[in-house]
Write a new protein. Sequence first.
Length: 214
Amino acid sequence: MQRDLQNLRKSYEKDALLEKNLPESPYELFDSWFQEAKITDEIDEANAMSLCTMGVDGFPKSRIVLLKEILEGNFLFYSNYKSEKALAIESCNQVSLHFFWPSLERQIIIKANVSKVSRDKSLSYFQSRPRGSQIGAWASNQSSNVVSREKLEKQLSHFEDKFKDTDIPLPDFWGGYACEPISFEFWQGRPNRLHDRILYREENDQWIFKRLQP
């Protein structure tokens, strides 16, 4: 297979990211950008983020997960604790989070250390999920092989019957992760590929920012 993509080009001209307008905290800038993304019609899920982990096979791997909360500075998402991503995090708890909002010509890269949230916190979120999503957490042995779609649907039916007319308990193998950022890189597209890149890093308990060349 061959494809010539050299002529796929775009000029970035929607905004600028200048030092005079930067807040002291990257969380303030993140929230400002996130709120704008949330109300932008072209963006379906502003909280969709790419989670990149270092796999136990030695390869990095990215996948989209959903940011569900920012709590005490930590970015929270939820998953199966026996999944491929969970095994990767257990092996190496340093990850990268990536938000990309093309219609705003913006992206944010966050490096973070990850830990599990408390059981009570996982339970609170699990109980807020739609019933179908709760059952789905039980039905899927995430990342393991399955012989067919029909087999997966039988697993779902099994747990639908098992939990019929009763509250669905939180699985022992399912819960939340808290990502504690150590750096934020904000990228704003600019003309002629001279994009704005601002890196925030925490030093001596305060956030310091610097501009990176594009």
